[in-house]
Design a protein around this ligand. Structure first.
Ligand code: GLN
Length: 249
């Protein structure tokens, strides 16, 4: 079947090869006989409920976030409705910050957010940079690790009762203090993890694809495992680097 992806502001929010996440989704979908169609979405594009199975937004510097935040916020209602109706979302770093209520950037400007995830972000002095390792449980009883790279000035604060994506085993995470990273709300996932994220965490790519198919068919498929030796090795290298650095400024 065809899985339709809406890639939000791909020309502005795409640092640390975040676009690579799309390549992984496309390849892993194809290995299961599915086609991934990626459509770029900008300020003038309409977001119609049911049209996209998965929305993706990458990271960027404050300057790029300033350029697109008002236009992205203008898509807020449609994006909340589409995700509320079961579409999947993956938001990385600068894109993750703009899925909350606002991002107060390093110049002290409040950039409007989409208000889809229960959080807000305030930039701090020192950047939080380095390899990160998380423990996640997207499906009850299925504990997994996520390995990636973070580089952000923003400190993200989740609302009371909000669900983080994972517990920090090594690295800074949302704010360098809470011990948590990212945010998960149903099929919407936000994270600071670059790398890009999905090549070294294929289980998350498969989870996102299965949820995207469920959006279209009503049922999440159980995929046959693929030979992920290279991916597993990349994960281990990243995890080892994260463990080696711990979580200091
Ligand atoms: N500009 C934001 C910050 O510094 C996000 C950075 C990013 O996407 N890597 O926190």
């Amino acid at each position: 079947m065809k899985i339709v992806v809406g890639h939000l502001f791909p020309d502005y929010l795409n640092i640390y090869a975040d676009r690579g996440n799309m390549a992984v989704l496309a390849r892993r979908a194809a290995w299961r006989g599915h086609e991934l169609e990626v459509r770029g979405l900008g300020a003038d594009d309409a977001l119609r409920r049911g049209e996209h199975d998965l929305y993706y937004i990458g990271g960027g510097q404050d300057r790029e976030q300033e350029l697109i935040a008002p236009a992205l916020a203008a898509h807020g209602e449609a994006l909340r409705a589409a995700v509320g109706a079961g579409a999947v979302l993956l938001a990385v770093c600068g894109g993750y910050q703009l899925m909350g209520r606002f991002y107060r950037d390093q110049s002290g400007n409040d950039l409007p957010g989409v208000g889809l995830l229960p959080l807000h972000t305030v930039a701090g002095e020192l950047r939080m940079i380095g390899d990160v390792l998380l423990e996640c449980e997207l499906e009850p009883g299925e504990r997994r690790t996520l390995a990636g790279f973070e580089n952000h000035a923003g400190r993200t604060y989740l609302d009371e009762g909000a669900e983080p994506l994972g517990r920090v085993l090594a690295g800074f995470g949302n704010d360098g203090e809470s011990g948590y990273e990212g945010c998960r709300s149903g099929r919407a996932v936000g994270t600071y993890l670059h790398g890009p994220l999905l090549p070294r965490n294929p289980w998350l790519a498969d989870w996102l694809l299965a949820q995207a198919i469920a959006h279209r068919t009503g049922e999440a498929p159980i995929f046959d495992p693929l030979e992920d030796d290279l991916e597993a090795a990349a994960h281990e290298v990243s995890a080892a680097r994260a463990r080696a650095r711990g979580g200091r400024f």
